[in-house]
Design a protein around this ligand. Structure first.
Ligand code: ADP
Ligand code: MG
Length: 349
């Protein structure tokens, strides 16, 4: 990381566009029954039989969504897939295929694109999704990567954002705030490195939060866990922007209110210690940070016994009547209205 590596640089023009695609995709294997035809024709062919098809897409732009100074290309490829799979799981579905489109400036040698595809392939193997196509073009400035994920879900299983009811419990998987804090640590190291290129970053004590930023995992395991527990969420969303804004989405789309309890928000010890070091409030980070890719969902009260002993799931609040608003209940038992940025500190009751 942050090192100028003296590696081999093969120009992409030596291969040509078709040669490049062939080279990058030759070791991808097909793992899904629904994939009839993947790369190589004018379009891929899929057969989902009696299931509903999920489609989601994300575009990542260098300098806007990632900084290659601290984001290794392999991690970028992996993460670009994860952010899309996360959206499929947030529908309570199974991710089955992806397409990958890239625009490259001549700054990128073949070895760089190979790294990117190594991350994509690792994601495909780990999550059992097929790469079925994409597009490759040039860019005048940086790197752009767009991934589209497809998935399947039955009509009975699909979970939307708008199904929450008053008294439903609000549940989150894993812990939150780590990815944003990891980014702060990496940004700081980048500044240190700019000032002194001989400095060697020691990120040992930040390993968890840096990994949360660089190598997030989509929570396929939680979708399976909920099926095994026979719990079907009433509404669900993945946490890409921060807990606060996702709670607002679930609540407004479901036309309900919400009470979120500050003391229930799951935080990793490294998040707490790093917040102390940076002198920032951990609740603020949890509410307004982002990129954790955990799942946020609501369940019926009667399902509580099925999830209560599970270490991966935390009940952080409950839904209310719409008229009660969307609130954070602080440790001091004060009710504060939540906003997309976190909370509105001027409006207390
Ligand atoms: P077309 O000219 O019909 O758009 P392309 O030459 O762009 O076809 O692509 C040829 C095949 O390679 C298609 O199956 C396409 O989906 C696939 N492909 C192109 N670019 C990529 C990429 N970056 N990653 C994966 N597959 C790709
Ligand atoms: Mg094309």
């Amino acid at each position: 990381m942050l090192k100028d590596k003296n590696e081999q640089r093969t120009s992409i023009s030596e291969l040509g566009e078709f040669g490049l695609i062939k080279h990058l995709t030759k070791y991808f294997k097909i793992q899904q029954e629904s994939t009839e035809k993947a790369i190589g024709d004018d379009a891929a062919v899929l057969e989902f039989s009696d299931k509903q098809t999920l489609v989601t897409t994300d575009l990542l732009v260098e300098g806007v969504h990632f900084d290659l100074a601290y984001m290794p290309l392999k991690h970028l490829g992996y993460k670009a897939v994860m952010v899309n799979l996360s959206d499929v799981y947030a529908m309570n579905g199974t991710a089955t295929q992806i397409t990958v489109s890239i625009a490259l400036s001549n700054r990128f040698p073949l070895e760089a694109v190979e790294e990117l595809y190594a991350g994509i392939q690792l994601a495909c193997d780990t999550y059992k999704v097929d790469l079925i196509g994409g597009d490759t073009t040039s860019s005048t400035t940086g790197l752009l990567i767009s991934v589209t994920a497809l998935g399947e879900v039955t009509e009975q299983d699909v979970v939307y954002r708008n199904g929450a009811k008053p008294n439903d419990l609000l549940v989150v998987s894993g812990d939150i705030g780590g990815a944003y804090l990891g980014l702060q640590v990496l940004e700081r190291e980048k500044q240190v490195f700019a000032a002194n290129p001989n400095s060697q970053p020691d990120l040992e004590q930040y390993s968890y939060i840096v990994e949360r930023q660089l190598k997030p995992e989509a929570r396929k395991d939680i979708i399976k866990l909920l099926k095994d527990l026979e719990v079907k969420p009433t509404s669900m969303i993945d946490i890409s922007d921060g807990l606060s804004s996702e709670i607002l989405h679930l609540s407004t789309q479901s036309e309900v209110g919400c009470n979120l309890y500050e003391d229930k928000i799951p935080l990793d010890p490294q998040v707490i210690s790093t917040c102390e070091e940076f002198e920032i409030d951990a609740t603020t980070i949890a509410l307004s940070g982002g990129e954790d890719y955990e799942l946020l969902f609501t369940i019926k009260q009667e399902d509580f016994p099925k999830i209560k002993a599970n270490p991966h799931l935390t009940v952080i609040g409950h839904m209310t009547d719409e008229s009660e608003g969307i609130n954070l209940v602080t440790r001091a038992n004060q009710k504060i209205e939540l906003t997309a940025q976190g909370w509105n500190s001027f409006k207390k009751d």
